[in-house]
Design a binder for this molecule. Structure first.
Ligand SMILES: *Cc1c(COP(=O)(O)O)cnc(C)c1O
Length: 468
């Protein structure tokens, strides 16, 4: 047994560190060792339970109702109900599915999204046959434009979407104005607070000025908030809230017309582990309101300080002033952000490259965890050094003929051999080993149109995921 565990630990050596504050995307670290230990023990305690049927595991019902009540209180939903899901994507998928199924008379439903909405809405569009109508955001602020959103609504619109805040830029859309647009037309309005929903209420409680974004705004019908981000719980937990039980009804699925048990599901999963739910409950109880208020303030202050420090680095700037705990950084023409990201990795820090998009420059995303705050000076020094090094090296040059070719390729016409060749050119080879430096790969992807980026990445994943 110890031998097998040792092998797991050895395999983990190649992973990004989940704790210690040096990873600024994917993982969120409270820095509270006791909360982590509690989460681990709760996971172990509940690993074999099944949330398929809350009548036979009544403890899971209690835990879920407790967590939903907590979130409803935070997000000012007087009569709100909700569901604990496996993550932000599942919460969003369910919000879209529910809106679609609440309007069975609309044969070809659509939803209106700002261009900054999370990719999960496009996944929902793909899965559920809901057309995504994408609306440009304000060029200067990266926020949704209520007039343009209103103009995009029509008789087929089943959902309007906004973010609090957006993942890529960390800005909060004008929720009251957008809610008015949706409710004037009787359309559901989802606020994606996956990453901000456990931060903004605590910042507000701590005296930070926070524009209304939750159920206090009339017309907001559902909100998603992830526990496995800024509630610092183990992975696999998010909440989807609906303003009323009536609005939630179409989310539920039952099937009695087969020979087995009557299936009754609130989520996309049927058999589901109670472990992430129990762990989330335990961590939330342990950290508590005061703890979250402190953690939110710590991360927010560190984010603002980082933004100021980045602005002071020659050649670096923020895309938008942070409103929560996220910041996006861009570089001027002397360096490319992909090289900066590689230089950060070389210095022990992970920041997340974001490709250029609709005229917006490529950038680096940083999600600030509370555990990073005590190491902020170190992070800033690494950033200074990484930028200087990237400027000395100069931006990665993509051969102009390659960039031209990338624009002309129709991915629908490529076969497996063609993808093999393209992946080789992109430096992603057979997928067996990843390149040390990702900048050349990212620079090449960056000149490709989104459809080609997607096709290449899928081809890459397809080759990566083969049994050994
Ligand atoms: C993280 C995130 C999501 C998706 O959540 P997952 O837990 O990764 O599925 C959706 N929206 C926003 C704004 C997010 O930050």
């Amino acid at each position: 047994m110890t031998d097998v565990l040792a092998r797991l630990r050895a395999l983990q050596q190649g992973d990004l560190p989940t704790h210690g504050g040096s990873t600024l995307a994917y993982v969120y670290d409270s820095g509270l060792a006791e909360a982590d230990e509690l989460g681990r023990q709760a996971l172990a305690l509940y690993g074999a339970t099944n949330g398929l049927d809350p009548t036979v595991f009544p403890s899971l019902r209690t835990l879920e109702n407790d967590l939903v009540a907590w979130a409803a209180r935070l997000l000012q939903g007087g009569e709100a109900v909700g569901t604990v899901t496996s993550g932000g994507t599942e919460s969003i998928l369910l919000a879209v599915q529910t809106a679609r199924d609440a309007a069975p008379g609309i044969a070809q439903p659509s939803m209106v999204l700002p261009s900054t909405a999370h990719a999960a809405f496009h996944k929902a569009a793909h899965y559920f046959g809901v057309r995504a109508v994408v609306v440009e955001v304000d060029e200067a602020t990266y926020k949704a434009d209520p007039d343009a959103m209103a103009a995009a609504c029509d008789d087929t619109t089943v959902l309007v979407v906004a973010s609090a805040p957006s993942y890529a830029h960390g800005v909060v859309d004008p929720i009251p104005e957008l809610a008015a647009v949706a409710s004037a037309r009787g359309i559901r309005f989802h606020v994606d607070a996956c990453i901000g929903g456990w931060v903004l209420p605590y910042l507000r409680a701590g005296g930070v000025e926070v524009a209304p974004f939750d159920f206090v705004v009339p017309g907001v019908t559902s909100i998603s908030v992830d526990l496995h981000k800024y509630a610092y719980t183990p992975k696999g937990a998010s909440i989807l809230l609906h303003r009323t039980a009536g609005l939630r009804r179409p989310q539920y699925f039952a099937h009695a017309d087969w020979p087995g048990y009557t299936m009754l599901n609130s989520t996309m999963q049927s058999t589901k582990s109670g472990a992430p739910l129990a762990a989330a409950w335990a961590v939330v109880q342990h950290i508590g309101d005061e703890g979250y208020q402190r953690l939110a303030r710590t991360s927010y202050d560190a984010t603002l300080r980082l933004a100021d420090a980045a602005e002071a680095i020659d050649g670096l700037s923020v895309l938008a002033r942070p409103e929560t705990t996220l910041v996006a950084l861009r570089s001027d023409e002397r360096a490319d952000v992909f090289t900066i990201a590689d230089e950060m990795v070389a210095r022990g820090w992970f920041v997340q490259p974001q490709l250029s998009f609709r005229g917006q420059p490529a950038s680096l995303h940083l999600s600030m965890s509370a555990a990073t705050a005590p190491r902020l000076d170190e992070l800033i020094a690494a950033l200074q050094a990484a930028v200087a090094q990237a400027q000395a090296a100069g931006p990665v040059q993509v051969a102009p003929e390659l960039a031209e070719a990338a624009k002309a390729i129709d991915p629908a016409l490529l076969d497996d051999a063609a993808f093999d060749g393209l992946l080789e050119i992109a430096g992603l080879g057979s997928g067996e080993t990843l390149p040390d430096r990702m900048a050349p790969v990212n620079a090449l992807l960056d000149v490709a149109p989104p459809r080609l980026r997607e096709a290449l990445l899928i081809a890459f994943l397809d080759r990566l995921m083969r049994p050994s």
